[in-house]
Design a protein around this ligand. Sequence first.
Ligand SMILES: NC(=O)C1=CN([C@@H]2O[C@H](COP(=O)(O)OP(=O)(O)OC[C@H]3O[C@@H](n4cnc5c(N)ncnc54)[C@H](O)[C@@H]3O)[C@@H](O)[C@H]2O)C=CC1
Ligand SMILES: O=C([O-])CC(=O)C(=O)O
Length: 314
Amino acid sequence: MLKRPKITVVGAGGNVGASVIQWCAQKELGDLVLIDLKPNVAQGRALDLAQGGAFAGFNASFTSTDDSSLMQDSDVVVVTAGVPRKPGQTREELVGINAGIVKTVCENIKKYAPNCVLILVSNPLDAMLTVAQKVTSFPRERVIGMSGVLDSSRFRSNIARALNVHIKDVSAIVIGAHTDKDMVPVTSTATVGGVPLNKLLNAEQIADVVSRTKRGGAELTELIGTSAWVAPGFGVTAMVESIVLNQGRILPCSVELKGEYEISEGACLCVPVKLTNKGAEKVFEIDLSSDEKAALKAAHTAYLEVRKIALNSI
Ligand SMILES: NC(=O)C1=CN([C@@H]2O[C@H](COP(=O)(O)OP(=O)(O)OC[C@H]3O[C@@H](n4cnc5c(N)ncnc54)[C@H](O)[C@@H]3O)[C@@H](O)[C@H]2O)C=CC1
Ligand SMILES: O=C([O-])CC(=O)C(=O)O
């Protein structure tokens, strides 16, 4: 029998984890292991999905457990374990509690799946990525944060809605920190069907799209009462797919920088990377406007503050 990729989601009983499992199952990306502190909930999520396979047309294999050893030798481990924010909170306010959770989970990943590509989702994303890297000591290629795919998807959706065009034709990315204040929607390179964004929207309209994008997660949290999970699940799945199918997609993801963008070594921020079965195989430096360069610098400063608290909490 052919060996399929083994994909583990830690935190799979929760909203984002369940969404990731659903889309990975739908795309038959591999055998899925669902781990959560609440094993019954993870088991329930797995059963619910398995029962939908007949009509959704997939035949995935699920294992659900609170036993971390079942992630043994996973090819990809997605970490969604952690507390989500409530309306009125920032992601950064979760730092103390989630640093401890990410530390515990990453100790198990290091022990049981030392060769995996780790995709981190828990917030505050960039600082949690530093915790994951410190605990696992994995090379930067194999510790990747999901932020830019989601933020860019929101950016593209906001541009498409402002112009009443198909989202597929919108090419635009968000880099920087995964925070309401310090994400950097890159307007200077954004295009729709090859037409530069500034030929389609005026400065005020662009500012509106940018501000809506930066507040995308907060807006949803206010509406739902907890943070988003459907679009985050799609975002993670695109990353998993590019890794397990070795697609080599270039997607904005949080990674440790090693001097790129003139940012001090060791900082984790979102930039475009090539995702293959080695993980974030290549990090790209793109040309930015002077405003975007300044915004990236501010994102770095903000990240350092949150990182300090995160590292003091573990
Ligand atoms: N990076 C991003 O773009 C996004 C990040 N998030 C973050 O993802 C995290 C999860 O969000 P939700 O799924 O909505 O929360 P949730 O509360 O629905 O699920 C979290 C799950 O983690 C589990 N868990 C907690 N500690 C654990 C441990 N040590 N081992 C195993 N499982 C553990 C809980 O039992 C729970 O089932 C939050 O920190 C949230 O802020 C959410 C959306 C997007
Ligand atoms: O807003 C949140 O707290 C969850 C998240 O990171 C997002 O949806 O972008």
